[in-house]
Design a protein around this ligand. Structure first.
Ligand code: HEM
Length: 162
């Protein structure tokens, strides 16, 4: 009985350590956290949040956008060297904050996040296309997709390298 308990405890410890290791984020240089880092004011129309299927829909859309970007032959190599555990969390917060989901954005501002990455306009457009696909898969109506893209579009100069 004691042996069984010991084996169970060891299995639990190793399972938790594994789960923690999978979710652990790499440290980043210190920065001031603020919703202002999101780079735009949130949409306050509850119809938009509803069209995105609330926080759960937003989470699916941000995760799917990252998944499509990683699988893209042009964008994948840009994303791969970075911490996708962190990006899954911060991109979800970003979208959730901007879509009026009531989240706090704890990531860096758009200029700092994309500095020295060499992102070009065609990369920006490709990412928008993947975001469109993710929104279509979630069933977000075209008009509502455009409401969100109109908030993101002015971020272009901060994301793209000149
Ligand atoms: C409107 C367009 C975009 C938005 C709203 C956006 C948003 C974000 C956000 C919120 C973060 C997280 C910052 C943090 O964790 O502190 C981030 C990081 C990142 N973005 Fe974007 N992004 C956009 C375009 C792009 C494009 C076009 C690319 C590449 C083709 C890109 C590549 C990345 C990468 C690789 C990171 C991780 C940086 C790091 O961990 O240091 N992003 N982006």
């Amino acid at each position: 009985m004691r042996k069984t308990l010991l084996i169970c405890a060891a299995a639990l410890v190793s399972f938790s350590a594994n789960a923690w290791a999978q979710e652990a984020e790499e440290p980043v240089a210190p920065y001031v956290q603020s919703d202002a880092n999101a780079g735009a004011q949130p949409i306050t129309d509850p119809a938009v949040l509803a069209a995105f299927n609330g926080r759960e829909g937003i989470q699916r859309i941000s995760n799917r956008t990252i998944e499509l970007a990683l699988a893209d032959p042009q964008l994948g190599p840009i994303f791969q060297p970075f911490d996708m555990v962190r990006l899954r969390r911060t991109l979800n917060e970003h979208f959730c904050y901007l879509l009026g989901g009531g989240c706090t954005y704890t990531g860096r501002d758009m200029r700092t996040s994309h500095a020295d990455m060499g992102v070009q306009t065609r990369d920006f457009n490709l990412l928008v296309r993947h975001l469109r696909t993710a929104m279509v898969e979630e069933g977000v109506p075209y008009r509502m997709q455009n409401r969100f893209l109109a908030v993101l579009a002015p971020m272009h100069p901060d994301v793209v390298q000149r």
